[in-house]
Design a protein around this ligand. Sequence first.
Ligand SMILES: NC(=O)c1ccc[n+]([C@@H]2O[C@H](COP(=O)([O-])OP(=O)(O)OC[C@H]3O[C@@H](n4cnc5c(N)ncnc54)[C@H](OP(=O)(O)O)[C@@H]3O)[C@@H](O)[C@H]2O)c1
Length: 189
Amino acid sequence: MTKVAIWCRHEGDNIIGIGSEIPWHIKSDFQRFRRITTGQNVVAGQSTYESFPNRTLPDRNIYILSFETDYQVTDPEHHFVVNDVNFFKDFDQDIYVSGGASIYKLFMTGGPKLMPDIVVDCVYKGQINPNLKGQEVNITPCIDVLNEKYTQIAPDFDLDNITTRVMVRKGEFVEQSVLKRIIQAITNI
Ligand SMILES: NC(=O)c1ccc[n+]([C@@H]2O[C@H](COP(=O)([O-])OP(=O)(O)OC[C@H]3O[C@@H](n4cnc5c(N)ncnc54)[C@H](OP(=O)(O)O)[C@@H]3O)[C@@H](O)[C@H]2O)c1
């Protein structure tokens, strides 16, 4: 089944967060994420899960990666704790890897069975919120893999200072229906 990663990074430095927060607030970025992931299985690290409003995402299943075996979720019917990323190697459904940095890295550098088939690479070209305190979180190791192992499949899509590129793994089969749905979700604004 298809593995998709979706992120929004800052142009140049590949920052995706400061402390626990995303250092920009672009409504269309959240809307694009919602359109792409609604009805799907989202995979998130525990820190990113905790940052979702009310620790949930409506109309989606969330698989939370945590080393804690008894980690408590808010909606046990739709939220599932996973302690070992290898669980996803032979997972029989599509997944949408949604951060944070440690989880993107696990998938992007985790070998052929974890590496996403599709990456939705959103690049924010505006200013980072200068008032946030905390450590800069970047995904440069993932972008190195992206540049080496992926190729762009659809034209750049520009909106609100964010360029979105849909990337697929070089030389690998990609499920066309998934690709089509993602491109529609990006362009149908
Ligand atoms: N711009 C974007 O597109 C975007 C998207 C998402 C997040 N973000 C940003 O990314 C930052 C958070 O990233 P992060 O790397 O600090 O945190 P994270 O990836 O969201 O979560 C880290 C947690 O995931 C769990 N984990 C990590 N590796 C694991 C493994 N191999 N097996 C099982 N569990 C594992 C651990 O949870 P336990 O501690 O419970 O064991 C770890 O503390 C924030 O700034 C957030 O705003 C940005």
